[in-house]
Design a protein around this ligand. Structure first.
Ligand code: AQP
Length: 323
């Protein structure tokens, strides 16, 4: 089975990216054929500074490798190293109904928040469909926010197959029940563009400041509190084992514990959880050639598969020189 997923280098990765997506990448790499890419073409819809995009891409690779992505098990590549993906995007665009894209909530949500929408943001699900279909992917591990885009991908594959004959594989999404939608410091979905993120490799001091700023209700210290309706507790659950979670939940319900104490527990648990990855990242960052080599080798492998599928698509719809 082929597993594929992409992540945008629009800033440093945060807890939502890790628990929603990256953790799944790592869990799946040992037993499946895994393709993971850094989505720099998608990031171009928000970053218009060449140096920054290049740096973010390398940072993204370093973060993924430090967090446990193993280039011997998984193919890690940069999206823009595979030009076949933009050819497939155009082909899919010609069979995409506007109404399908108008329904996509990632676009609608950003527009509602006043984030400028251009054609790149609007047609992002088509590029994402091409990202997935180009490698005959079966399974796409993502956070909840991307599930709708996988449905769009399935629709487009089905429509292409209906129009041109059985050519493309329809993928399935995979989300984790416990972390499909990780909350940010304001309680909304943690998202780079909403300014509510806690980065994985933030300095401990900055991390503590952000954790301490997580929005809570105004219950007094002595009041019982509801762990099931609290962003602080939701975050603690990501880092703690079941016994630790139950112990903190009991303290919430008993009253007499302030949110500050729960926040401190989140901060400490996160530092411990990512401690080894932090050290690995420092070692990797000292050896930039290795990261470049990993991305080059990943692109070689991904492109081989991508060319094969694009040839098949072109042949099905009468493009190119492929018989
Ligand atoms: N809060 C989240 N909870 C669970 N999963 C999440 N993901 C993102 N935020 C959460 C998952 O991370 C993967 C990579 O995301 P992305 O970089 O492609 O873009 P994104 O979803 O757009 O991430 P952001 O931070 O929300 O970026 P902006 O603000 O730029 O849009 C995806 O699988 C995503 O589901």
């Amino acid at each position: 089975m082929r597993v594929l997923s992409g992540i945008q280098p629009t800033g440093r990765f945060h807890w939502g990216n890790y628990f929603g997506a990256i953790k799944q990448y790592i869990d799946l790499q040992d037993n499946e054929q895994a393709f993971y890419f850094i989505a720099d073409l998608h990031a171009l819809t928000t970053i218009r500074d060449a140096e920054q995009l290049k740096q973010n891409t390398i940072d993204a690779a370093l973060d993924l490798l430090a967090l446990g992505l193993d280039p011997k098990q998984a193919t890690l590549f940069r999206q823009s190293d595979i030009p076949e993906v933009t050819s497939l995007t155009w082909i899919l665009m010609t069979i995409t109904q506007m109404s399908l894209l108008e329904k996509c909530h990632a676009y609608k949500d950003k527009k509602a928040k006043g984030i400028a929408a251009d054609a790149g943001l609007f047609t992002y699900p088509v590029l994402m469909a091409a990202d997935i279909l180009l490698y005959d992917s079966d399974l796409v591990p993502v956070g909840q926010d991307q599930v709708q885009h996988i449905e769009v991908t399935r629709d487009l594959a089905q429509r292409f197959n209906m129009l041109f004959g059985e050519t493309l594989i329809q993928p399935n999404s995979r989300t984790l029940d416990t972390s499909a939608k990780v909350p940010g410091t304001d309680g909304e979905k943690m998202s780079k563009s909403y300014g509510n993120v806690i980065e994985i490799f933030e300095t401990p001091k900055k991390q503590r400041k952000k954790v301490m700023s997580i929005k809570t209700d105004s219950a007094a210290l002595e009041d019982p509190k509801d762990p099931d309706n609290c962003a602080v507790f939701a975050l603690y659950q990501l880092f703690a084992d079941e016994a630790q979670q139950a112990a903190l939940a009991d303290r919430y319900r008993a009253g007499g514990m302030g949110y500050g104490e729960a926040k401190q527990a989140v901060h400490e648990a996160a530092l411990e959880y990512f401690g080894e990855a932090r050290e690995r990242r420092e070692q990797l960052a000292a050896d930039p050639d290795t990261v470049h080599d990993i991305l080059a080798e990943g692109a070689r492998k991904a492109r081989e598969k991508g060319k094969e599928v694009l040839d098949r698509v072109q042949a099905a719809c009468g493009l190119g020189t492929v018989p």
